[in-house]
Design a protein around this ligand. Sequence first.
Ligand code: GTP
Ligand code: MG
Ligand code: ZN
Length: 330
Amino acid sequence: MDTIATVTAVQRDRYELNIGTEILYGKLKPAVFYHNAEEVLFPTVGDRVSVMRNADGDSMILRVLQRKSVFIRQNATQGMPDQAVAANFDFVFITMSLNKDFHPSKLERYLTVSWQSGGTPVILLTKADLAEDREDIPARIEGLAPGVETYCVSSHTGEGFEKLEKYFAVGNTIVLLGSSGVGKSSFVNMVLGTERMQTGGIREADSQGRHTTTFKQMFDIPEKIVLPDGCVLRGGGRIIDTPGMRNLLMGEEAGGIGTTFEDIEKLAAQCKFSDCRHESEPGCAVKRALKDGTLEQRHWKMYLNLQREEAYSKERKQILMKKAGKRKRR
Ligand SMILES: Nc1nc2c(ncn2[C@@H]2O[C@H](COP(=O)(O)OP(=O)(O)OP(=O)(O)O)[C@@H](O)[C@H]2O)c(=O)[nH]1
Ligand SMILES: [Mg+2]
Ligand SMILES: [Zn+2]
């Protein structure tokens, strides 16, 4: 008989599985997951899977249950199926450090993939204790991500954590996303109240992170979160730490770009021609706004970039599907 488990960690080809009462280890059933390029079916952290228990060894993962949200990353090996990064989360904490240069385009990219993932984005600005005269960043975010909740925290002092209590509640799963070195694992450690994740330094020369976290892992948040100042928050939910990563793929889900770039879509609706390509057509509201400065060049370029990526992503998926179909028929 099979059992339903939640994947809490993936280390190479071995999966840590929580069945509520105990932790099991599982492996994939050979061949079953390999022919499904139309959907990324390799299980990942957060996935619910059905497993066949094996009394004297690793259990067998039979299948992945329907996901309510997922992040997908392009496989570094060409021709191999893309990889699911995390699944079934409710909130995506887009993590950026207040003491490094703030990159609006990076934020726009994260916002778009977050809206597409099926989770709700929340912006987490870390290292508040190091930030001097960076007060303008929250204001700039307000303009870039209207309606997205933004918080400043310090995982060294505990500052700002009390405002996040509602996200830590039972039934919620948070996934942290952001570049290496921004403080994702430090945040997780503060929430868990122990140094469960190793944290690393930043290379001084280029202020790049060191990729301290190398695999993703899900943790149960304790029922009581005790902050350094003695303040106690209610927890009970779950949190997923991930390695800092690039090449997150644009999803299929429509609406991600439209939500992040609502201002541009509204402008485009005012163009004289409904099929305006915003190139040289007369009566183009986008061109007008770019000219008079009400639409920022950088913001517009990012919109075009992400649209191109989305189209590419769809095309790529179709190619992979065709390939998988051929393999299956052999
Ligand atoms: N001053 C200060 N330093 C912090 C804070 N949060 C993290 N750091 C430091 O920033 C460095 C990187 O933190 P990590 O938590 O390892 O960063 P990460 O995002 O998990 O990085 P990867 O695992 O490489 O993706 C460490 O030296 C931390 O001590 C903070 O709130 N304040
Ligand atoms: Mg880390
Ligand atoms: Zn136009």
